[in-house]
Design a protein around this ligand. Structure first.
Ligand SMILES: Cc1ncc(COP(=O)(O)OP(=O)(O)O)c(N)n1
Ligand SMILES: Cc1ncsc1CCOP(=O)(O)O
Ligand SMILES: [Mg+2]
Length: 212
């Protein structure tokens, strides 16, 4: 039985947007602010680079409950014994990813449209990333934005927990949770913010308030 992670406040790292602090220091400050998961997303890194940064992230996360997610790179996820691998529809078949990571690692899958959620196999996939909710320059090749209504349709149809992604800011927290998502995945509203810890605390506070 896989140990599910807390999707509430899920930081997705971007090496450029995390400047000048860098991804590791950004993570340290975001952990202090209350993130529940962090994804190493680096679209140009080699596997060796992925593993080197991942090791530093593991040091930062040691003794915390914050889950380490590796985006795209199965080999790095395996080498790092990461908590989670996240893949998109075009990365590799879910069955292949599950075979490569084994039965224990959490597997996340991106879902951009309602028809795709109907194909999600809950015996293989542990959560889905739904979006983009809004258009965002962080991922120039993103699929069309789905808005709160599109998010709600997919979240209600999902057989597994969900995290919303794409253009999310603190002002969206209540509506994202009302739409049925279990959490928010954030890049630019945390990475590169002047005060990473307080930007994270703001999300964390609003999530707690929306749930109370
Ligand atoms: C939590 C989460 N949701 C969606 C994505 C996007 O994954 P993908 O579609 O594979 O695109 P890339 O991030 O690999 O460019 C994600 N990374 N995380
Ligand atoms: C990785 C990803 N997948 C869909 S949108 C996105 C980027 C979200 O970035 P931001 O939070 O800065 O809009
Ligand atoms: Mg991907």
């Amino acid at each position: 039985m896989r140990q599910m992670i807390d999707l509430s406040l899920y930081l997705v790292l971007d090496p450029d947007l995390c400047e000048p602090l860098g991804m590791v220091e950004t993570t340290r400050r975001a952990v202090a602010g209350g993130i529940t998961a962090v994804q190493l997303r680096h679209k140009t890194a080699t596997t060796e680079e992925f593993i080197a940064i991942g090791k530093e992230l593991k040091e930062v996360l040691k003794g915390t409950e914050v889950a380490l997610v590796i985006n795209d790179n199965v080999e790095a996820a395996h080498a790092l014994q990461a908590d989670v691998l996240h893949i998109g529809q075009g990365d590799m078949p879910v069955e292949e990813a599950r075979k490569l990571i084994g039965p224990e690692m959490i597997l996340g899958l991106s879902v951009e449209r309602l028809d795709l959620v109907k194909q999600v196999d809950a015996s293989q996939v542990d959560y889905i990333g739904i979006g983009p909710v809004f258009a965002t320059p962080t991922k120039p090749d993103h699929k069309p934005a789905i808005g709160f209504d599109g998010l709600a349709e997919i979240a209600v149809a999902s057989p597994v927990p969900t995290v919303a992604i794409g253009g999310l800011k603190a002002e969206h927290v209540a509506q994202i949770l009302e739409a049925g998502a279990d959490g928010l995945a954030i890049v630019s509203a945390i990475c590169g913010q002047k005060d990473v810890t307080s930007a994270t605390e703001e999300f964390s506070k609003l999530i707690k308030e929306a749930r109370s």
